[in-house]
Design a protein around this ligand. Structure first.
Ligand code: GLA
Length: 410
């Protein structure tokens, strides 16, 4: 049956999170089957949704993610012989080799995210001596919801439960920030994605019931109560299922343009551009594309400030226009949306969302819509209808709540 007929009558597809017990059972079973013994334990890390503040992290800016209840589970057993064995329920290729052989350029694919974390922690002076891992995950894959950071984070917290771990303790936020930094190095230097660090901070440093206000200039954070239900609202995530990849050059290109513009403007990062002086800064750039990229970054950082002010004043019902402006800026100035994301956002807005925007890196992936409690089915059906009419594939949906950070699952 062609894709477009398939969703004529079916109810919108929901992407449910596994319970903790389910995740533990799946990962431990896979571990025992693969390695013939029990793991030391099971650790997890969540995916994330960024509420606002996109493509700001590598510009020293502000972002406001929440952790999802969707988690990656790592059943883990330490070894002392320097060997590493990895399997994942999502991947057909296992990995086996020596940790000492892992270096920039030596590994590719999914295992590079895991091996990269071990490599980066070893580089940071932590005791990493080899391990066996079995991964199971319900974080939607390639959906812009940080399945990569969840994979990295789950292994980072497992490795950190070592008796000789060097301070700061992984139980402290300082320790979590150090783990997040290692995950970023893994992604940048071993996996080859020049991402900015928001995803890893969200997965490791969030707090349940709160959004994480992340200041990427100095890595400082603030936990802001994020109780949409109290305001009669919820956050619908639309996984457009349009392929999303951050290693294909487009993301790196955006980052390079921003860094070059900052150099031209004589600032360390675009964060240093005062929004009230934006026009003056733009006039000093001689390229239309660079001007548009800078305009996005500077206005987006300011939208995060506006969002936080409303949230802190108990006015979360008023944030919709900021979300809409964020999407429009990512579409027109940053050019990272694409047909599926634009159709999803337009349809959600027409179906009554207070605001809607893409979330994450873009180029496919997911959008979010702020909606009235109880309207998820109606808005999902409207988005699904719009996809059908536009001849696009079938999207999937989940309602996001602000969940807790990475930790031990069993
Ligand atoms: C991806 C990257 C992040 C961030 C977002 C865009 O998720 O991994 O570092 O740059 O895109 O906000």
């Amino acid at each position: 049956m062609p894709k477009t007929d398939q969703h004529l009558s079916a109810a919108p597809e929901r992407l449910d999170a596994w319970s903790n017990a389910d995740g533990v059972a799946r990962a431990s079973t896979a571990f025992a089957e693969a390695y013939g013994q029990q793991p030391d334990g099971v650790w997890f890390a969540p995916g994330r949704v960024n509420v606002i503040g996109e493509h700001t992290d590598y510009n020293g800016g502000l972002a406001l993610p929440i952790a999802l209840p969707h988690r990656t589970f790592a059943a883990f057993r330490r070894r002392d012989d320097g060997r590493v064995r990895l399997i994942s329920g999502r991947e057909s290729t296992p990995w086996e080799g020596l940790l000492a052989d892992v270096a920039p350029g030596s590994v590719t694919g999914w295992s590079s995210y895991v091996l990269g974390v071990a490599w980066a922690l070893g580089q940071a002076g932590q005791p990493v001596t080899g391990f066996d891992v079995a991964i199971e995950s319900c974080v939607p894959y390639g959906a812009g919801l940080s399945s990569s950071a969840a994979l990295e984070g789950s292994v980072a917290v497992a490795l950190a439960e070592h008796p000789d771990w060097v301070a700061p303790s992984p139980g402290s936020d300082e320790g979590r920030a150090a783990l997040a930094a290692a995950c970023v190095r893994a992604e940048n230097e071993i996996a080859g994605a020049s991402t900015g660090g928001m995803d890893q901070a969200a997965s490791l440093r969030c707090r349940e019931g709160h959004a994480l206000l992340l200041d990427c200039r100095d890595g400082s954070i603030d936990h802001l109560p994020f109780d949409l239900a109290a305001a009669g609202l919820e956050l619908l995530v639309i996984d457009t299922r349009a392929p999303h990849a951050l290693v294909d050059g487009q993301y790196a290109q955006r980052r390079a343009t921003c860094e070059a513009a900052a150099a031209t403007l004589g600032v360390a990062t675009l964060r240093e551009i005062d929004p009230s002086l934006l026009d003056e800064a733009l006039a000093r750039l001689d390229d239309d594309v660079a001007r548009a990229r800078v305009r996005h970054v500077v206005t987006e950082i300011d939208r995060v400030r506006g969002f936080v002010d409303l949230l802190s004043a108990g006015k979360v019902r008023e944030v919709g226009p900021l979300m809409n402006a964020s999407h429009d800026s990512l579409r027109d100035d940053y050019e990272v949306t694409g047909t599926e994301l634009d159709v999803a956002v337009d349809a959600a807005r027409s179906a009554g969302a207070l605001g809607a925007r893409m979330t994450g890196g873009g180029f496919g992936g997911s959008a979010i819509a702020l909606i009235e409690v109880g309207e998820a089915d109606q808005v999902s059906s409207a988005v699904e209808r719009a996809f059908r009419e536009a001849g696009l594939g079938r999207p999937a949906f989940l309602v996001a709540t602000a969940a807790g950070p990475a930790g031990r699952a069993d």
